[in-house]
Design a protein around this ligand. Structure first.
Ligand code: FAD
Length: 501
């Protein structure tokens, strides 16, 4: 029998996660042999596609759910600081690659777009003001501005002001340094850069159909989706970067650490506007508060998007329920993921989250007029003819075992790795693409501990002069690194208005 082809690493899926990990591994060990296997005929065809996500460079500058308020009124800014420094770690990697000449123009994937938070009513204003006063004391948020003055808001968000009741109480914060990121363009740039390296292959229209233990590594079965032909590849390490479809592959691996995990898929929709007359009046990402009792992914925002040199506006997301794990997936994805080991946690989540289910069903049932009503809370004079409905990517939220409740629903991401470090999978969807580099660094530390401390330590320090904790604690270093990243990513030359005019 012919021997299988052998590589060091197989990465399943060509989204932002696999593309980042593959390029990072090649930087750390240029001799490493790796293969990226993608089911679609191009990279970034699922959640990493620019129209499947909101493209917010999440840095805690505008997302009000990153600074939760406790019942006693106190506000916790830890999560906002952590995500901000994680984003700076992502920017360090992109800046490093940019300086190396890996990207012809970083502006093809990252653009300056101010990040604003906007609230209504006394309670909202009280929260925003307290949050601003706390964040402002931290160096990562020193440039944040606050206003209750409508003439100032008219400058900050001119599209959103006309047509409001004169006595409406509103407030906003702004950080000019926010960004819009085209994660699809970034993914494809990373894949292109990778394909130029020796011993790195990116194979499209190939589905990973199975994986089994092979000594200390894995044998991966790969099927050509056009010809139906199959082949097997042996790998020392496998990364399941299959987005929503990572869970079924993780279950197939049979590793102990996969037991008990389930998935709760949530679909999404946006309203999109390409009318240049409307688009030019809004140059910001404006985030507000989710309705009481609704999940974090339902936080409404009105965003400038910069995709392929054109600007558009996106409003949403409107959530919905589906049983598919990928936008191009199958309705059987959810039922086929039920196992003896996860049925308990899944039933517990179904029992404890009836409100969420009801909320998702009500979102699905909304008419276009009801969707426009939500938009008009932000943009009172919105006209139906300027907006069309688009389908967003899938988010498969994590269901996991819980000793008290039996099972819980988790809205973040979770890296699941085998004890021997030969396989890892990324589950969950938030805050997602913005913090890819931190997640992949965690993977490397967990699955390649010897190399991280030994042969790769110097290169890691060169690419990442400061990691999250140091950036959070050292103001001078934070500002130095951030300024360096701005310069390398071409974010200092132009103001937002000039940059995408
Ligand atoms: C509505 C929405 C809004 C979001 N907004 C933001 C945002 O504003 N900012 C942000 O930072 N993040 C955001 N995110 C999150 C972000 O999009 C994701 O975290 C990120 O794109 C996930 O990347 P990935 O590589 O893990 O998965 P994906 O991009 O989904 O890639 C997975 C790939 O695996 C392939 N695949 C699946 N199964 C197989 C198989 N068996 N064999 C081979 N290939 C396979 C798929 O075809 C796909 O190409 C958002 C997500 C959604 C859904």
């Amino acid at each position: 029998m012919a021997q299988n082809e052998a590589v060091d690493v197989v990465l399943v899926g060509a989204g932002i996660m696999s593309a980042t990990l593959a390029v990072l591994l090649k930087e750390l060990d240029p001799a490493i042999k790796l293969e990226v296997v993608e089911l679609m005929d191009s990279g970034a065809a699922e959640s990493s596609n620019p129209w499947n996500n909101a493209g917010t460079g999440h840095a805690g500058l505008c997302e009000l759910n990153y600074t939760p308020q406790a019942a006693d009124g106190s506000i916790d800014i830890k999560k906002a600081v952590h995500i901000n420094t994680q984003f700076e770690v992502s920017r360090q990697f992109w800046a490093y690659l940019s300086k190396k000449g890996a990207f012809s123009s970083p502006r093809a994937f990252i653009n300056p777009v101010p990040h604003l938070s906007y609230v209504e009513g006394e309670k909202g204003i009280d929260f925003l003001k307290k949050r601003f006063e706390l964040l402002k004391q931290h160096h990562a948020f020193a440039e944040m501005e606050y206003t209750e003055d409508k003439s100032v808001m008219n400058e900050w968000m001119p599209l959103m002001m006309p047509g409001r009741p004169a006595d409406q109480k509103i407030a906003a914060t702004r950080v000019m340094k926010g960004t819009d990121v085209n994660f699809g363009a970034l993914t494809n740039k990373l894949l292109k850069h990778l394909a130029n390296a020796p011993d790195a292959q990116v194979k499209y229209s190939k589905r990973v159909t199975g994986l089994r233990r092979n000594g200390s590594g894995w044998t991966v079965s790969i099927k050509d989706v056009n010809s139906g032909n199959s082949r097997e590849v042996d790998a020392r390490f496998v990364f399941l970067g299959a987005g929503g479809a990572a869970l079924p592959l993780l279950q197939q691996s049979g590793i102990e650490e996969s037991k008990g995990f389930g998935g709760f898929p949530v679909s999404g929709q946006w309203l999109r506007c390409d009318n240049p007359e409307v688009v030019k009046k809004h140059q910001a990402k404006v985030y507000s508060q989710a309705a009481v009792g609704s999940p974090p992914m339902s936080v409404p925002h009105l965003d400038t998007r910069v995709v392929d040199g054109k600007t558009s506006l996106l409003f949403g997301p409107y959530a919905g329920f589906t049983t598919k794990f990928l936008k191009h997936g199958s309705f059987m994805d959810l039922p086929l993921s039920v196992r003896m080991s996860n049925i308990g946690p899944m039933l517990a989540v179904a029992r404890d989250n009836m409100d969420l289910t009801k909320y998702l069903v009500s979102e699905v049932m909304q008419s276009m007029e009801q969707r426009l009503d939500s938009l008009r809370r932000f943009y009172p004079e919105a006209k139906a003819e300027d907006w069309r409905l688009e389908v967003a990517g899938q988010r498969v939220q994590i269901i996991k075992k819980d000793p008290k409740k039996g099972g819980v629903l988790q809205f973040g991401t979770e890296l699941v790795a085998s004890k021997d470090g030969s396989l890892a999978a990324l589950l969950g969807a938030s805050p997602g693409a913005s913090v890819t580099v931190s997640i992949m660094l965690e993977l490397i530390e967990r699955c390649f501990p010897e190399q991280t401390k030994g042969a790769w330590a110097g290169k890691l320090k060169e690419i990442f002069p400061a990691r999250e904790k140091v950036l959070a604690a050292d103001a001078a270093l934070y500002h130095k690194i951030s300024a360096h990243n701005d310069e390398a990513l071409g974010l200092v030359e132009n103001s937002p208005a000039q940059s995408y005019a």
